[in-house]
Design a protein around this ligand. Sequence first.
Ligand SMILES: *Cc1c(COP(=O)(O)O)cnc(C)c1O
Length: 421
Amino acid sequence: MITPLEKYDPQIYELLRQEAARQSACIRLIPSENYVSKAVMAATGSCLTNKYAEGYPGKRYYEGQQVTDLVETLAIERAQKLFKVDHANVQSHSGAVANLAAYSAVAAPGETIMGLALPYGGHLSHGWKVNFTSKIFNSVSYELDPVTGQFDFNKIEELAMKHKPKVIISGASAYPRIIDFKSFGEIAKRVGAYHLSDIAHISGLVVAGLHPSPVPYADIVSTTTHKTLRGPRGGMLLCKAGLADAIDKAVFPGLQGGPHMHTISALAVALKEADSPEFVEYAKQIIKNAKVLADCLLEKGFNLFTGGTDNHLILIDLRNKNIPGKKLAKALDRARIETNYNTIPGDPAKPFNPNGLRIGTPAITTRGMKEEQMKIVASLIARVAENVDNEEVIAQVGRESLLLCSQFPVPEHFIMPAGTH
Ligand SMILES: *Cc1c(COP(=O)(O)O)cnc(C)c1O
């Protein structure tokens, strides 16, 4: 059947087809990526893309909200139930925008925010110097303990006492261990700061009960919706009832115009999917897979930041292997193994040429890969690392990656043949 997209724009159709083929024929290890279900994908590409809905359910600035109000209310109620939280705002266009909205809800321009430094695994939007958040707010960064790679709560409290931030941010983009949100919450209380917890990477593990939830210890929780949570691209803010109004106003009209209702409908679907025993099993397998992958990599002589993982993510420290992260990531990409190069906490190397490789298991676990396959993935990575200048070996590994992918096809209801909706 020829789809409208294929007929009208064969160029874009062909590119989407190529991307679908690429996603199916490579071992995707970028820890912030996943495969969404066909149900989520269908909602994302729905007629709601045609609708403006500035405002919130029951208080909109445009007519014709008979359906949008019901959709958004469902998404909000599902989020509140799943995260066990008083209030959810589901309109943020992305995780970065959700963070900016959270700061602006409780801090004025020029006031201080304090988050984990980018080279230590923090996110750009936590006030890093190249990000706009550091230009609007006075930004102070804390680091990890250089020896243990863990949070040093004495140091964080000292820094907070000194700078009296309005907001302390917990959460990270490249941290492989459990985060003690309670301690962050206690420090924030003692210094009179708001505690914003950003669980963008781990929200799927949190709702499955496999990582402690920050909800009891944070004033505001922000998350993306597309990482381990396996929903559409977007962001979300969760908070106690007392901050609900300030958060809603900060998102709209504070920062955004019309909400992306198609995305919000897809988020509602993803939240329904996540509220199931199957999702808990999925999240458990993500962690089991990451632990086995970490053990196998250690056996192959790789150094891992903090020595392993408690979550979905592994940070490989390549300094003992003498291969720049970027060079290895590019060689792996040629071998159909998708990763991203990353800084190693405490390593003075620059972010565009770092000594680390960040990998994770959410996407390959969606494909049904289990512990047995993690051994194969580790050995494929090791062979590329040992032969990083040998294109013959890299091509051979690529064939083996393809074979593994063919044995674990993207589950039927997760496949999105380009342009079929
Ligand atoms: C991914 C991520 C974000 C940003 O999400 P976008 O949707 O890409 O803007 C924010 N915070 C953390 C901790 C992240 O890992």
